[in-house]
Design a protein around this ligand. Structure first.
Ligand code: PMV
Length: 348
């Protein structure tokens, strides 16, 4: 029997168990300051720091079992055998974990989301955060959350932030080796109980043609406003952090929209142009702006990722009104109210 099938875990002196198996759950997150562009693709090092809110209730649940008798990795996503790009991404990630642990075994991965893929929530962040946790735990590697965030970002950049709950910053760092590039929690999930994310699902959202990781590199190479955005970001991040710290929606909401508009400008000026929105998404942007104008204060703030669905931040007291108004727009399929939630955790 080889040392990885039933030997004690070298770090804990506990039996690693004969099955080399672990299960993790991890949530998605929505970026208030977007990550868009890698300065080092191999190490997953971004040009700029980003900031997000981890979302409650939605989860990827991933079980990884390494097995010396398996010939190839088996990957099941939402109940079906994965193939092509999605499978390759998981296998490449497992290869990194195998190298880290010095273990050759193939693995069986089963991952499922408790939210539909068409829910407007990118599942790559929650999926790779859960995979990072489960794969390392299955091999008895006990990584700190910071290390886990550094590993998770190699699957998908935004996954680094899903390790933590609440309000999270992914620091870009400056070192070529990436040691100072990691995610860290800024404020816990209970920091601002009144702040809600109204997710607005639009009908007919197109599926992504180009993977984000490829699309963002095209933006770096071709968007004439990319550099200007980079220069603006440090000050914007400072202001957003401060507004969150003070639970100040009047300051925060305009900043969230300014950042989203800046991200969208980069996408639209990329060649070929990246247009993630539908007519309904654009109508939602307009409706939030009108509402804020009419009320004479920012009652809501829109943001979106590389997709057509909207995340509209609002306060609990305004949420019913904002929800009624946005739900009534033609092309809106449904809405869901979410709170900031906890980060990734081992469940088995
Ligand atoms: O983590 P990826 O490779 O799916 O890229 C995420 C990019 C955005 O969602 C648009 C921004 C972000 O910071 O989450």
């Amino acid at each position: 029997m080889d040392k990885y099938s039933s030997a004690p875990c070298p770090r804990h002196g506990m039996p690693a168990g004969p099955r080399l198996e672990a299960t993790y759950e991890a949530p998605p997150n929505i970026a208030l300051v977007k990550y868009w562009g890698l300065r080092d693709r191999e190490r997953g090092l971004p040009y700029n720091s980003s900031l997000s809110v981890t979302l409650d209730r939605l989860r990827s649940r991933t079980t990884v079992r390494f097995d010396p008798d398996l010939r190839d990795d088996r990957v099941e996503l939402n109940g079906a055998a994965a193939s092509g790009g999605p499978r390759d991404g998981v296998v490449r990630f497992l290869d990194r974990v195998r190298r880290l642990a010095g273990v050759p075994h193939a693995a069986e991965v089963r991952s499922a989301n408790n939210f539909p893929t068409a829910s407007g929530m990118a599942s790559s962040a929650s999926g790779f955060a859960a995979l990072a946790g489960a794969a390392t735990a299955a091999l008895g590697l006990s990584l700190s959350d910071r290390r886990l965030s550094q590993l998770a970002r190699l699957g998908s950049g935004s996954a680094s932030r899903s390790i933590f709950g609440g309000f999270v910053e992914w620091r870009a760092g400056a070192r070529p080796d990436g040691e100072d590039c990691y995610a860290r929690p800024l404020y816990g999930p209970d920091h601002w109980p009144a702040l809600l994310d109204l997710v607005v699902i639009v009908k007919g959202a197109p599926t992504k043609q180009v993977r984000s990781e490829d699309a963002m590199q095209t933006s770096v190479a071709t968007s004439p406003v990319y550099r200007r955005r980079q220069a603006e970001l440090p000050a914007r991040i400072r202001k957003i952090r401060s507004a969150i710290g003070a639970r100040d929606a009047r300051r925060l909401f305009p900043l969230i929209m300014e950042e989203c508009d800046s991200f969208r400008e980069v996408c639209e000026t990329t060649r070929p142009s990246l247009d993630y929105l539908t007519t309904t998404s654009r109508a939602l942007l307009g409706e939030v702006r009108s509402m804020n104008r009419e009320e004479g204060r920012p009652v809501a703030a829109y943001t979106h990722d590389a997709g057509a669905h909207m995340h509209v931040f609002t306060l609990a007291r305004d949420a019913p009104r904002v929800r009624r108004r946005l739900s009534s727009l033609p092309g809106v399929e449904r809405t869901q109210l979410l709170r900031p939630g906890p980060g990734a955790r081992r469940v088995r």
